[in-house]
Design a protein around this ligand. Structure first.
Ligand code: KG4
Ligand code: ZN
Length: 343
């Protein structure tokens, strides 16, 4: 018998729901992005995000069920992200999921958002547990995290490195803001960098002494200095700057972030003898990262398509199947944990 789970994700600024069968087949995947709203503020405003989830989540869930051609009562479980993330945003998803599961007496599963990003790979027809096999090194790079996690088996994780300050996605978002580009910054920097033509002295590649940990805040500061030196920052909407010059700097900045991620990941692969490398999180949608890491990795690289790297409900419904298979369900008193860790 197959198991169909509704996955709900509201940890940050995307309102998402999906129906997933057996941890691998996606029946529907609805994501309502709030980025247009937050773009007006140049970053995510937590209270705006949670209020937006409040109005959007029920229509998103309704659409996910309709596209899967299912009624609530035909589901085999309801899963929701309970951390890490913004408390107010997580609460909307958690309480909605709890209410739905309780009303229909369905199994209820709480999922760590980072574990969701890992299980996105299983939705893509890969089964990394078969090929290349465990242990897998997982690079989860998003707006809130830059974590290297060693996955020994389903549910078995060790956090081996993380960012000491800004996450890689945050470096993209803050860098884009300094350069007067849009939000979210990752796709914007990638877009202009693809058209860049010219030389810019490389940005420093930040390293943390005697550690595999990452650090991105110094890189952001050196971008800020260059932007100030050229008169691009503070931003002045009445002054136009040469987009070609900005593209060249954006490309150098992107190269420094991606190179830093790849350097640390390759060192960790060597140290922990992982059999494969799995990428997840919004930054894993970056085309330069995807291309370079696949070329430079000595082990097979598993990377979901970009839409499965950024936040979605399918990764939550997918991860939940592996929990349910092992009889793991949440209690009705499950709470949100904004700083939840994995491993
Ligand atoms: O995983 P995600 O959707 O949400 C969080 O869990 O944070 O990641 C969002 C982050 C943002 O910082 C965004 O700028 C970045 O992922 N991002 C990218 C790209 N697409 C999204 N960064 C670089 N290149 C991209 N193509
Ligand atoms: Zn995420």
């Amino acid at each position: 018998m197959t198991v169909k789970i509704l996955g709900i994700e509201t940890s940050c600024d995307d309102t998402a729901a999906s129906v997933v069968e057996d941890g691998s087949f996606v029946h529907s995947n609805i994501v309502a992005s709030q980025s247009g709203i937050h773009a007006n503020f140049g970053g995510i405003v937590p209270e705006v995000a949670s209020r937006q989830h409040m109005t959007t989540l029920v229509p998103v869930v309704t659409q996910a069920l309709a596209e899967a051609n299912l009624e609530l009562g035909q589901l085999d479980g309801i899963a929701v992200t309970n951390g890490p993330g913004l408390a107010g945003s997580l609460l909307i998803g958690l309480n909605t999921a709890k209410g739905l599961a309780m009303a229909k007496d369905l199994p209820f599963i709480g999922i760590n958002h980072l574990e969701g990003h890992i299980y996105a790979a299983w939705l893509e027809g890969f089964d990394p547990s078969v090929e290349p096999g465990f242990p897998l090194l997982c690079l989860i790079a998003s707006g809130g995290h830059t974590d290297l996690i060693l996955m020994h088996d389903h549910g078995g994780y060790n956090l081996i490195a993380r960012s000491r300050d800004d996450a890689a996605g945050e470096a993209f978002d803050k860098g884009a803001r300094v350069l007067g580009l849009g939000f979210p910054g990752g796709p914007e920097i990638q877009r202009v960098a693809e058209r860049a033509n010219g030389y810019e002295p490389p940005f420093p590649r930040p390293k943390v002494k005697d550690s595999l940990d990452f650090s991105f805040s110094g890189l952001k500061t050196s971008l800020l200095r260059r932007a100030q030196d050229r008169g691009w920052y503070p931003l002045n909407p009445n002054v136009e700057h040469d987009p070609k010059e900005i593209a060249i700097v954006a490309a150098a900045y992107q190269a420094a972030i991606i190179d830093t991620l790849i350097h640390g990941t390759l060192k960790a692969l060597e140290k922990y003898h992982a059999r494969g490398l799995l990428l997840g999180g919004g930054v894993a949608a970056n085309s330069l990262l995807r291309r370079e890491i696949t070329e430079r990795s000595p082990v097979p690289v598993v990377v979901p398509r970009p839409a499965m790297c950024t936040d979605n409900g399918a990764m939550i419904g997918g991860a939940a199947w592996f929990h349910l298979r092992n009889g793991q369900q949440a209690q009705w008193n499950l709470d949100v944990i904004p700083n939840l860790r994995l491993g």
